[in-house]
Design a protein around this ligand. Structure first.
Ligand SMILES: [Zn+2]
Length: 391
């Protein structure tokens, strides 16, 4: 392990400072300041390490930070990525303390995912201080808005690419090769307004929706049993929102639901849409008064990377050698920016620290795991990008 010289104290101090900077996503909480202050702090830290860095403003208060170490040529390029925003802090005591107790550092974002930002910065520090010349380019990217609309990752892939990426979301130092996606659809049934006492003139959009809900309930029961993935678990659907009608004594002219569909790798937007459309088509055939429309409002692809791809193998080898055992192969049930990078043709693996309380009232990261993460990233970078002077 002689080639790894990670500065643990730098990680601890940097992480504490990162947690003390409020970077709550304003899309989730209107009082959230966004990523500008933390972006400037990250950029200043990189500049202090002599790593040139750029801040791209996406909208007021929302920024991406990108930096890179240019390779000498002849090696593949790699991106180390983290998001800088956090979810809100309602219900938390002292969310920005960065308090350390034993091996735990507490606060919003400590685990998801400022520990990873500190680990990436420590990799940059180690490479610069030991003047390690990589063959392939190494990119450091710190993006906005992963917790809401991913404006950061989407803007990033428009300007920049790499052969591979490591998204350093929390994985407990396990290797995450796949995650579920999700889609949100709006389905609206149309009725005909009439006085409640004139049943021959009215068409009740709410009762029409009843037929839809009954079909969706049937689908929701069957879907997890019929559609599953070895790493990500089952596909699912539910109806988180429903509204319909204007008033008592009036036939409802419109009823609207939102369908949330969680997908597994391999499922496409076309397939999922077609399934919902076929419900509408069937009900239309059965009832000439039935009118409904379907719109896709949000689509986030599921993701899976080939277990034999070179970035997966490099990360697995580095983790095995640092941890003394092969990391477990896992999947996540929630969506991550990795799908955006994967869709952009960047082979992406997810690997990050251990901790707890993600999106909960008490969040912490285990400091030891952040130090190990930095060592593993450092070794992966050298193995993957190649080191000048090595075959
Ligand atoms: Zn996250």
């Amino acid at each position: 392990m002689s080639d790894i010289k990670i500065d643990d104290l730098f990680i601890k101090n940097t992480l504490q400072k990162l947690v003390q900077i409020n970077s709550v996503n304003p899309g989730l909480d209107p009082d959230g300041p966004g990523e500008e202050e933390i972006g400037v702090y990250i950029c200043d830290t990189l500049n202090d390490l002599n790593v040139p860095c750029e801040i791209e403003t996406l909208s007021p208060g929302r920024v991406n930070v990108t930096a890179g170490l240019k390779g000498t040529g002849g090696g593949p390029s790699l991106m180390l990525n983290a998001h800088t925003d956090t979810v809100g802090v309602t219900g938390m005591d002292d969310p920005f303390s960065g308090r350390i107790e034993g091996n735990r550092l507490y606060g919003r974002g400590s685990y998801d995912m400022k520990g990873s930002i500190a680990a990436i910065l420590a990799v940059a520090k180690a490479l610069k201080e030991h003047d390690i010349q990589l063959k392939g380019d190494l990119l450091f990217t710190f993006v906005a808005d992963e917790e809401y609309e991913s404006i950061g990752a989407q803007a990033l892939v428009k300007n920049l690419t790499a052969d591979a990426a490591i998204v350093t979301e929390p994985t407990g130092l396990n290797l995450c090769l796949a995650h579920r996606g999700f889609g949100v659809f709006k389905l609206t049934t149309e009725g005909k307004t009439a006085h409640g006492g004139r049943h021959e003139q009215g068409i009740d959009a709410n009762l029409m929706m009843g037929g839809v809900l009954s079909e969706l309930n049937f689908l929701a029961q069957r879907l997890p049993k019929e559609t599953s993935h070895p790493l990500c678990g089952q596909a699912s659907l539910h109806v988180p929102l429903i509204s319909g009608g204007r008033s008592l004594f009036v036939y409802s002219n419109s009823c609207k639901i939102h369908i949330e569909r969680r997908t597994i790798p391999g499922e496409t937007k076309e397939q999922v849409t077609e399934k919902f459309q076929s419900v509408i088509d069937r009900l239309s055939r059965e009832n000439p008064d039935f009118r409904a429309t379907l719109e896709s409002e949000i689509w986030r692809s599921p993701y899976e990377v080939d277990a034999e791809s070179s970035i997966v193998v490099a990360t697995k080898n580095a983790a095995s050698s640092i941890l003394g055992k092969a990391p477990d192969i896992i999947g996540h049930t929630w969506w991550e920016d990795s799908a955006i990078f994967g869709d952009a043709g960047i082979e992406t693996v997810i690997f990050g620290p251990s901790g707890g309380g993600i999106h909960e009232d008490v969040e912490w990261v285990e400091l030891d795991s952040v130090y190990r993460l930095a060592e593993i990233l450092h070794r992966t970078v050298i193995d993957f990008c190649g080191k000048r002077g090595q075959a």
